[in-house]
Design a protein. Sequence first.
Length: 66
Amino acid sequence: MAKREYGVDVMTSAPAAGQYDAVVLAVAHDQYRSLGPEGARRYGRGNALLYDIKSLYPRDAVDARL
């Protein structure tokens, strides 16, 4: 559906840790909530930005959020 409607490829497995300059949490799925901010940060490189659009994590645990 995401590909057809938005032209976006959906990942079918978890991405490799330490590969991204930013991690953007755009949906409030339980899987992301259970990761916690530390778990979400593992997907980013050393000083990657953690942006929490859905306010899943405490404000002081992320770099930015809506």
